[in-house]
Design a protein. Structure first.
Length: 188
């Protein structure tokens, strides 16, 4: 658990660790289903403002949240353990932590597989070839298999911001222009 302590934090970390331990006990086949369920739920949370409102609203009762999340998980074809776990989180009135629990759980799974997720923000969409080149370069540097989560941030103007674990490289045009502006203000 000492290696995990750098990954986990707070209440969400305790739930993530508990789910991870269950997944390890289940074995590869069933564990893969739970991991896929959590990944799908994270993607839905990222894409649906209504779902985020559902899990974050203190006004909606736990029973209503649980029923709604079970319906969502049924649509995903989620395993019973996934439904039971999310139901438990909701009944304990921790629904607003679901996104963070899944993020920390995913980090544990990636670490166990000697993988790392790198968040790459760019001013325009990256091609599959560019994403592969970035992943290969990061894998070589970091000594782990790197999975790239690419996002678009049009405010960057150009370049990339790469976050992998505790490391961040900001090679965006926006940051370079701000640094140049700051240097010119200090000189003038």
């Amino acid at each position: 658990m000492s290696k995990q302590s750098g990954i986990l934090s707070g209440i969400a970390g305790r739930y993530a660790a508990a789910l991870f331990e269950l997944v390890e006990e289940l074995g590869e086949k069933d564990g893969a289903q739970i991991t896929a369920d959590m990944t799908s739920l994270a993607q839905l949370l990222g894409a649906s403002d209504d779902l985020v409102k559902l899990v974050r609203s203190p006004v909606i009762s736990a029973a209503e949240q649980e029923a709604a999340m079970h319906a969502v998980l049924d649509k995903l074809g989620a395993a019973t353990l996934s439904k039971n776990f999310i139901g438990l989180v909701i009944r304990k009135r921790r629904a607003f932590f679901i996104g963070e629990i899944i993020r920390q759980f995913s980090a544990l799974v990636a670490d166990a597989r000697n993988e790392m997720v790198a968040a790459v923000a760019s001013a325009s969409p990256l091609s599959d070839k560019q994403i592969k080149e970035i992943a290969d370069m990061l894998s070589t540097r970091l000594g782990k298999t790197v999975l790239v989560e690419a996002t678009v941030d049009e405010s960057l103007l150009g370049g990339l911001i790469v976050k992998a674990g505790s490391r961040m490289v900001d090679g965006s045009l926006k940051t370079k222009l701000n640094s140049l502006k700051l240097a010119m203000n200090e000189a003038g």
